[in-house]
Design a protein around this ligand. Structure first.
Ligand SMILES: NC(=O)C1=CN([C@@H]2O[C@H](COP(=O)(O)OP(=O)(O)OC[C@H]3O[C@@H](n4cnc5c(N)ncnc54)[C@H](OP(=O)(O)O)[C@@H]3O)[C@@H](O)[C@H]2O)C=CC1
Ligand SMILES: Nc1nc(=O)c2c([nH]1)NC[C@@H]1CN(c3ccc(C(=O)N[C@@H](CCC(=O)O)C(=O)O)cc3)C=[N+]21
Length: 297
């Protein structure tokens, strides 16, 4: 029987832990604040950012939202980051990606105070993660790690295949999987668009993390029986629904769920975990900046 990995349920548990730590901070006179910055007209980005603000409300984090015209000068975004860096009531800053082409993404990531970088994308935080001394683990891979842990998926000695090598998903995911720490110690292969014979890699994988950004790219015929399949992909495909689209992952759920031992659905898998880990990092950031002890790893 294939087990469905319930990301909504595990994310709700994480939010409960976060809410407890928000209460602890509040007893010490600290109200954690998360700033989200949106410089885009993309409807999907708008949806995600408003979901993140709603999550904040649920756990007692103060949400601050800044919108910048997509065609405003890049300097406006850089200065907004400077202002947020200087604010005592803002402990976490998230600039929704992608930013417009005329904005330099590298400048954005470097401009955010590393202690407020709750995405974990600043080079200092990337370096710490790779060195095995993570401050903020990037939310999506961290969320995947929590899912594997919650469902007792054995990573130690397992053959893991990560499909995708992006800075926000694939690379940090592979780094977490190879670490000498719990929910690590996997033998990890990172695949990308130049990989030859992806099928052969997937056929041997005990754990597959699909993050290629291609709808239903991985199907059941490519998987080893009993594999754990983590579908990071979120793709809007045209469909005759109320919204005019349907969300599908990078895995063909129907065929994969006939072969996999456990599998995440889309929606309701990794997405809610990404948002929960953002709250987690925000509380952690508030603890670091104020010196108040918070009970999070
Ligand atoms: N659930 C969540 O919380 C989140 C979901 N996402 C979703 O996850 C997916 C991936 O996101 P992201 O990492 O940002 O995407 P990117 O587009 O940045 O990266 C995609 C990666 O997939 C690789 N790839 C493309 N085609 C192939 C192929 N044919 N075979 C093997 N590898 C291939 C690319 O290779 P190359 O490097 O060679 O180009 C690249 O490394 C998207 O669907 C996105 O919407 C993203 C973030 C969070
Ligand atoms: N600086 C930055 N940090 C990010 O973490 C970041 C980003 N930019 N840019 C875009 C990607 C994508 N991402 C998602 C988060 C949650 C869901 C999510 O909650 N999905 C729901 C469904 C959402 C829906 O209904 O549309 C689910 O899968 O169940 C999806 C996608 C974060 N990203």
């Amino acid at each position: 029987m294939t087990e469905t990995i319930d990301g909504e349920a595990v994310a709700a548990d994480v939010r409960e832990t976060v809410a407890d730590e928000v209460a602890r901070l509040s007893d010490a006179g600290v109200e954690p604040g998360l700033a989200t910055v949106l410089m885009s007209d993309d409807p999907a980005s708008e949806t995600y950012v408003s979901m993140k603000q709603r999550d904040c409300e649920e756990v007692g984090i103060e949400g601050i939202h800044v919108e910048i015209d997509a065609d405003a000068p890049a300097e406006e975004l850089y200065e907004t980051i400077d202002d947020l860096n200087a604010r005592d009531d803002v402990h976490g800053i998230l600039v929704q990606m992608p930013v417009p082409d005329h904005v330099d993404k590298r400048t954005v990531l470097r401009r955010i105070d590393p202690e407020k970088d709750v995405d974990g994308f600043h080079p200092e935080n990337v370096g710490r993660l790779v060195a095995g001394d993570a401050r903020f683990k990037p939310c999506t891979p961290h969320g995947v790690q929590k899912l594997l842990d919650a469902y007792d998926v054995e990573t130690e000695g397992a053959d893991a295949v990560v499909v995708g090598r992006s800075d926000i998903v694939g690379k940090p995911m592979a780094n977490l999987l190879i670490q000498k720490s719990p929910v690590g110690n996997a033998t990890t292969t990172v695949c990308h668009s130049r990989t030859e014979d992806l099928e052969a890699k997937l056929a041997d994988a005990d754990i597959v993390v699909a993050a290629a950004g291609i709808p239903e790219f991985v199907d059941g015929s490519m998987l080893k029986a009993g594999a754990t399949v983590i579908d990071v992909g979120i793709n809007r495909v045209d469909a005759d629904t109320e919204k005019g689209y349907e969300l599908v992952g990078d895995v063909d759920y129907e065929s994969a769920s006939e072969v996999a031992g456990a599998i995440t659905p889309v929606p309701g898998g990794v997405g809610p975990m990404t948002r929960a880990m953002l709250l987690y990092n925000t509380v952690k950031a508030a603890g670091i900046q104020t010196g108040v002890d918070v009970n999070l790893d």
